[in-house]
Structure formats: C-alpha cells, structure tokens
Design a protein around this ligand. Structure first.
Ligand SMILES: *Cc1c(COP(=O)(O)O)cnc(C)c1O
Length: 368
C-alpha cells in the first residue's frame, strides 16, 4: 500500500483563477440576459474569440474534451478500427471504445512521443476508418506523413489536441491539420473554462453536424437531423473562458520562463526530454522528464512527495495495457510502455517561483 499524502504544497499544475470581480461582471450580464445555456451570447462570444485566437475557421464549443473526441468520431461517421496512440490520457482510447470502435495501437516515436508514422501502414486493414493521434504534451504529430497515409488509404484523421492550445507549426496553427481536432478546456489545461472543450474541423459540413449533434440533433423545435447528445457548454463556463483567454499570452510566457529554469537546473542530468521538431512554437503545456530506469523514477517521485511536491506520472499506464481491452487489442508497444514506466511531469504553472524550481530540481538531482 502506498502512503497517504496530504495535498501537495506544489502540485503538478494550478488553474489560472481570474479576479472574482472580473468573473462577476460576466455573471451580471448573464443575470441581465436571463440565459444560462443554449448557445447564448457569452458562448457565442467565446467561440468567436477562441477561433480568432487560434486562427481556425470553424470551431464548436462543447462541454468537455472527451465529448469533443466522441463528437468528432460520430460526425465523421467512423466505424470499425481506428489506429491510435498508446501514449496519451485514457480519454483518447476510451472515446474510441465508447463510440463502438476498436483502438488499434501503434507505437510512438522516441523523440516526440507521438504516434510513429512509419509503423502506421502495417496496422491498416480493410476495417480501418481513421487515425486518432494525440499531440502529446503539445508536441506535434508528424502531420505531413499522417496526411499522406490518410490520402493513400482513404482514412479520416482526428487529432486529440487537448494539449495543443496555441501551438504553431511553421507559423500556422497546429489545429488546421487533420479532419477534426479535439480540444479540452478542463481546469488543469493551459486555457480553461473549468470544464469545457471544442472541436475544430476542416470541413464546414462536419462542423454543422457537430453543431446539431451537440444539442440532441435538433433542427428547429421539432425536427432531428440524427442521433444527438447533450454536449453544450453553459454560459457560466463561457464566462470563465472569457476571463482566462486574454491571459493566455501571459500564461504561456510564464510557463516558458519556468521551463527555462528547469532546463538550466537539469542540464547535464542525463534525463530524456521530448525533442522539438523544426518550425515548432511551443505552448509549454507540460514539463516531462524521462529517467533511465523505472526504479529511479519511483525513487525520485517518492523524494518529491516527501517534500510536499506533487509530480504526476503523465502518461501511465501505456493505453495498450488498459485492463478492460480485449486481449487481441493489447498489442505490444515497447517504446510507449518504456516511456510510461519512467516518466514524471514536474510542476509547471503560471506563478511557480524560480526558488521552487531550484528546490524541486535539487531533490530530483539528489535522489536520481
Ligand atoms: C484532458 C485530456 C482529455 C479529456 O479532456 P476533458 O476535458 O477532461 O474531458 C483528452 N485527451 C487528453 C490527451 C487530455 O489530456
């Protein structure tokens, strides 16, 4: 049994919480309008502002990032097998299963920890309908090679872009790649609405389907396009987003500064880190470090916990080992399983102090 710890003094992340009077000014507007949900003025304003911040043409706000993935699968009509990454948060895999499809795991690259495009072709069968890959930690998948494969085999592409808010590749939003990208605005993410998310789509027909599907499939008051679900964002959540969005630049800048402190402190420590590809503008969503051996990671984690620091094993377990998968789906993914067993994400959030980073790094170095 692992020891019980109080909430860490320095957790892995902290939500940006706006000044209460700022949030209140939006609440006053809601009280005046009398509308709490159903795509009212704050949701519409947030959708416009987020789309222009991200430089994407079509975007639908939803209640959370998991529903964003599920709606993308549904709206694209995906069936059968979906090729996916084992190195992500569990929602990537569970959404595929929840939509009645089968996750076919393809191992990851050793530099970006994203799906290895050179292994995808061998996993394609007659039943394959799509590739669903995660831009893990906000590092981009090989979007060019994946698009070539999708074109060649007539597959759809969905990106789990829960970590990729504001990431750019060659000056362009990473979210323009693939047929759909799913974003999460959960409180632990860099930009958040407490709970929330969005879907970005290439095709305006697909975004229209998502617009209808997220509100039960209603067209008008009595007609239905298709099976829908309730995935609407509320005005109260949109109000939080409107407070946080103008701060995203500061949030990213602060995270960048903290990441620089970590880089400097941990220089020469023989810790593996994801390698940024050329043309990449990062959002500093995470600070993962990979230790040489599992037991070293466990020892460092213990030392950090003993000192009130709460690193997290993002992402473990490797999703191809989830207990509820049918045996045939548990294909070996040695790179992902290896990284999963040795990774820790260190605390990273706006306002983390330089002395705190030094304190954390000293513990890491002493217990490695
Ligand atoms: C957070 C996250 C999700 C789920 O988003 P929610 O908004 O919490 O539903 C999905 N995929 C990845 C990779 C995530 O990190």
């Amino acid at each position: 049994m692992s020891k019980k710890y109080p909430a860490p003094i320095i957790p892995v992340t902290k939500s940006y919480i706006p000044p209460l009077d700022e949030y209140n000014s939006y609440l006053e507007q809601i009280w005046e309008d009398g509308y709490l949900t159903n795509n009212s003025s704050l949701c519409r304003r947030l959708a416009d502002n987020v789309a222009s911040f991200l430089c994407v043409p079509h975007l639908e706000l939803v209640a959370n990032g998991t529903l964003a993935i599920q709606l993308a699968i549904k709206a694209l009509g995906l069936q059968g097998e979906i090729i996916t990454t084992p190195y992500s948060y569990v929602a990537t895999t569970s959404s595929i299963l929840w939509e009645g499809c089968e996750p076919i795991f393809v191992d990851i690259e050793t530099d970006t920890f994203c799906i290895n495009p050179d292994l995808i072709e061998a996993a394609i069968t007659k039943k394959t309908s799509a590739i669903l890959a995660t831009h893990v930690y906000g590092y981009p998948c090989d979007v060019v090679k994946i698009q070539q494969l999708a074109d060649q085999y007539n597959l759809k592409i969905v990106y789990d872009a829960a970590h990729a808010f504001g990431v750019k590749l060659f000056g362009e939003s990473l979210l323009v790649h693939g047929d759909c990208s799913a974003l999460s605005f959960h409180a632990t993410k860099l930009f958040h609405t407490a709970e929330g998310g969005a879907v970005v789509c290439k095709d305006s027909e697909v975004i229209k389907r998502i617009f209808l599907m997220k509100k039960f499939g209603h067209i008008g008051e009595e007609d239905y396009l298709d099976i829908g679900i309730n995935a609407k964002m509320s005005e109260l959540h949109a109000a939080m987003g409107l407070c946080v969005l103008p701060k995203v630049g500061d949030i990213i800048a602060s995270r960048k500064e903290c990441s620089g402190w970590y880089d400097k402190q941990l220089e020469g420590c023989s810790l593996q880190r994801p390698v940024p590809p050329v043309g990449f503008e990062y959002n500093y969503a995470f600070y993962p470090v990979i230790f040489s051996l599992h037991h070293v990671m466990i020892r460092v984690r213990q030392a950090l916990l003993d000192n009130g620091i709460g690193p997290r094993r993002y992402f473990s377990p490797s999703l191809n080992t989830l207990p509820y998968l049918r045996q045939e789906l548990k294909r070996a993914c040695p790179v992902s399983e290896g990284i999963s067993s040795r990774v820790l994400c260190l605390p990273l959030f706006m306002g983390l102090q330089k002395e705190e980073v030094e304190f954390i790094c000293n513990i890491v170095k002493q217990s490695m």
